[in-house]
Design a binder for this molecule. Structure first.
Ligand code: NAD
Length: 492
């Protein structure tokens, strides 16, 4: 069956290549399972080399005409895509909730409005506004941002449509064409996006979706000689594999990877705010790359802070993400659930002490892991240094500002950091010393599409957002025009 019904919404399970639906030539499929109850949602076409070749070929053929469209015409089409997303935001929310288990209310309030915005922002901030003329020693320099070609986009499951469109929006606005490989654990909303693109008048081949697993569909896409940019969001080990696959073709990469970010709470902080920010880290069952899972708290307030966080976190409601009262849902898959449980079991075996949770939610069963807080983890142990990607927070204490900075920077990641302090001078001093792509002071998750976003160290390569996206999705050219050599007087 090529269409399944999910939450009353019909979803096509095939690829979208060159403006058409296609099943895999091999006939292979993979099974899509809902994290909510581990029920099977359907069989999705599992793409391989043949589908990747067809999609890249279609994107290459579509590129010259799309790149040649006046920016205003491309922008008008992208605005229609945004309108199409807004019109179907409720359906997209329901399908994605069922597919990846994230809260329905978060999809409705935050995620899907942002998905539309990912197109509207880059339609409004036209790439040609970046072109620039300069004078240099009597010569005119013309700096242009030219479309780069075919962009491969590979995305994870924790916010699949938001993360995909955050790349697709600027890539299409820049005049590039796209091949998207959605995550196999949450493939459905990418398929609806293809319908929306078609409805908005995006020409055939400009946007393509190849469904499938990382090894079968992702790997041939990353190694394909026909791609000009590769934008990947996912884990560090996969990024290393992808970088090696893309290396022979010297394809520019944009990597947004994992994190192990700190929440640094100073004794001078507004503790109510600090507690709120700590409890917020259980959002999306901790499956958030930016999550501040390492609570670093100054000695003198640590006990009081912990007591209050535990009390608040005990009140979190775990359950079906479609229910309005639910705060914490299930983990995305059985494999991921076991990975998270393994981290906690090993930490506890090594001496860490759960003061909240510490294992599966036995009342709910399935993939529900209880919000967990661990104390006394061994310094340098994996629970303090590796990304768990689940509802698991640790707490460490520090005495001085210097120690706080040292602890905050003590992992191989550098995606984000959150500081809570009442002292503006301290806020400036400490934020300047943190190695992180984003530092939030007395706030969390305040994001702006025009700001640079990305990670330091192993949390990524490059920045996207606003102009930084165009820097990546364009070939920047400097044309130097001499004042001499013209048939008529001057350059004209
Ligand atoms: P993952 O690395 O396992 O998979 C991500 C994507 O890569 C999937 O679509 C997968 O199919 C594909 N893939 C896997 N192997 C591949 C291969 N050999 N070649 C090509 N593609 C391949 O990550 P995940 O488990 O889906 O997502 C969780 C990770 O994503 C976490 O590390 C999280 O921090 C990170 N993440 C980062 C950001 C960010 O903006 N920095 C945002 C969200 C998630």
């Amino acid at each position: 069956m090529s269409t399944i019904i999910v939450e009353d919404v019909p979803v096509d399970t095939r690829h979208w290549i060159d403006g058409q639906r296609r099943a895999s030539a091999s006939g292979q499929t993979f099974t899509d399972v809902s994290p909510i109850d581990e029920s099977v949602l359907g069989e999705i076409s599992a793409g391989g080399r043949a589908e990747v070749d067809a999609a890249v070929d279609a994107a290459r053929r579509a590129f010259p005409a799309w790149a040649a469209l006046p920016v205003s015409e491309r922008s008008a089409i992208l605005r229609r895509v945004a309108d199409g997303i807004d019109a179907r935001a409720e359906e997209l929310s329901r399908v994605e909730t069922r597919d990846n288990g994230s809260l329905l209310r978060s999809h409705r309030r935050g995620v899907m409005p942002r998905v539309g915005q990912n197109f509207r922002y880059f339609a409004d901030h036209a790439v040609d506004a970046k072109h620039e003329d300069r004078q240099i020693r009597g010569h005119r320099e013309r700096i242009t941002y030219d479309p780069a070609g075919v962009v491969a986009v590979i995305t994870p499951w924790n916010a699949p449509l938001m993360l995909a469109t955050w790349r697709i929006g600027p890539a299409l606005a820049a005049g590039d064409t796209v091949v998207l490989k959605p995550p196999e654990w949450a493939p459905l909303t990418a398929s609806i996006l293809a319908d929306i693109m078609a409805g908005a008048g995006v020409p055939a081949g400009v946007f393509n979706v190849v469904q499938g697993t990382g090894t079968q569909a992702g790997a041939p896409l990353t190694a394909h000689p026909g791609i000009d940019r590769l934008s990947f969001t996912g884990s560090v080990p996969t990024a290393a594999t992808i970088a090696a696959a893309a290396a022979p073709n010297i394809v520019p990469l944009s990597f947004e990877l994992g994190g192990k970010s700190p929440l640094v709470v100073f004794a001078d902080a507004d503790l109510d705010l600090a507690v709120d920010l700590a409890v917020e880290q259980f959002d999306n069952a901790g499956q958030v790359c930016l999550g501040a899972f390492r609570m670093l708290v100054q000695d003198s307030v640590a006990e009081q802070f912990l007591e209050r966080v535990v009390a608040r976190a005990k009140g979190l409601v775990q359950g079906d993400p479609r229910e309005p009262a639910t705060d914490v849902s299930a983990l995305v898959s059985r494999r991921h659930f076991e990975r998270v449980a393994g981290f906690v079991e090993r930490a506890v075996a090594a001496g860490a002490r759960p003061v909240l949770g510490g294992g599966p939610n036995r009342d709910l069963g399935g993939l529900y892991f209880r919000p967990t807080i661990l104390l006394d983890a061994q310094p340098g142990s994996e629970i303090l240094t590796e990304e768990v990607f689940g509802p698991v927070l640790t707490l460490q204490t520090f005495a001085t500002e210097e120690q706080a900075v040292q602890l905050a920077n003590s992992t191989r990641f550098g995606l984000a950091a959150t500081l809570v302090t009442g002292d503006p001078d301290r806020a400036e001093r400490v934020s300047a010393q943190l190695s992180a792509g984003t530092v939030w002071v007395n706030c969390f998750f305040v994001r702006d599409l025009g700001a640079p976003f990305g990670g330091n160290k192993q949390s990524g390569i490059g920045r996207e957002g606003g102009d930084w996206s165009f820097d990546f999705y364009c070939d920047v050219k400097n044309s130097v025009f001499s004042p001499n050599g013209w048939n008529q007087k001057g350059e004209g």
